[in-house]
Design a protein around this ligand. Structure first.
Ligand SMILES: Nc1ncnc2c1ncn2[C@@H]1O[C@H](COP(=O)(O)OP(=O)(O)OP(=O)(O)O)[C@@H](O)[C@H]1O
Length: 259
């Protein structure tokens, strides 16, 4: 469904203070697959996500979704960033409805869907509150509802739980899997957490240090539904061990990766 071929990204001009962030990325992502991206800080994970989102055009290579070249943000793609980035003056309901509103599709069906999503995310009682009246975790749930409201087939998530405490983070990860099980969609998820990467993924894409290349793609053969109690499972340990080996073994340096 998503085809990335020979994608490279250079910021500025190389040799002249520019940065090569990505090099020769080839990756095919299937419909309804969950792919997680892990790798050392600065290896280009966020850049790759931005290329797929159409927010940034690749300097080299191409990205297609269902055979169409990605040249701009698409309506069938939802994005969640690390910070919830809600509009502070708008209510939670208005924030969640925002994508439907700007697409001119803020009808009753969209409002019903927004309400249902808020209920699934456990924040239905806060629909009329402003973002500042919610905790960080609740705001991020609202941001996830906003990314899902127009029912995109693709969800791009850039360390969406990175700013949350460890407990909320685990709960949110399992909630995301529950949402996905109810309405499967293609998810590409950037994380620094190896357990999060394994628990979520059908495949973990491990990237090498800058310029970011794909070091290895690991198939995670754990049954679903999943939860963190599976971290003792031999398949979980195999995957987590291999990711650690790839990231820490190659460089022997201290990377910004939780393990
Ligand atoms: N707009 C930009 N202009 C110039 N350089 C950039 C820009 N965006 C990213 N870079 C550089 O590209 C490289 C990859 O950055 P990116 O944010 O994609 O990495 P990352 O793997 O997501 O990092 P982290 O895990 O720390 O969030 C970095 O060296 C970064 O400095």
């Amino acid at each position: 469904m998503i085809e990335i071929s020979g994608a490279g990204q250079v910021f500025g001009s190389v040799g002249n203070g520019g940065v090569r962030a990505l090099d020769g990325i080839d990756l095919s992502i299937r419909d309804r697959e969950i792919v997680t991206l892990v790798g050392p800080s600065g290896c280009g994970k966020s850049t790759l996500l931005r290329l797929i989102s159409g927010l940034v055009p690749p300097s080299e290579g191409s990205i297609t979704i269902n055979g169409e070249r990605v040249t701009a943000p698409r309506q069938d793609t939802g994005i969640v960033f690390q910070a919830p980035t809600l509009l502070p003056w708008a209510t939670i309901m208005e924030n969640v409805m925002f994508p439907s509103t700007i697409m001119g599709r803020a009808d009753d069906a969209a409002r019903r869907r927004a309400k249902d999503l808020l209920a699934v995310a456990g924040i239905a009682d806060f629909a009329d509150h402003r973002p500042r009246q919610l905790s960080g975790g609740m705001q991020q749930r609202a941001a996830i509802c906003r990314a899902l409201v127009h029912d995109p087939g693709i969800l791009l998530m850039d360390e969406p739980f990175g700013a949350l405490d460890a407990l909320t983070r685990e709960i949110m990860t399992i909630e995301l899997l529950r949402i996905w099980a109810n309405a499967p969609k293609t998810i590409i998820f950037v994380t620094h957490s190896i357990p999060e990467a394994v628990i979520l993924a059908d495949r973990v894409v491990v990237m090498s240090p800058r310029p970011g290349r794909i070091a290895e793609i690991i198939d995670v053969d754990l049954p679903r539904p999943r939860d963190f109690a599976m971290s003792g499972h031999p398949e979980f340990q195999r995957c987590a061990g291999r990711i650690r080996e790839l990231i820490f073994g190659e460089q022997g340096a201290r990377f910004d990766v939780e393990h």
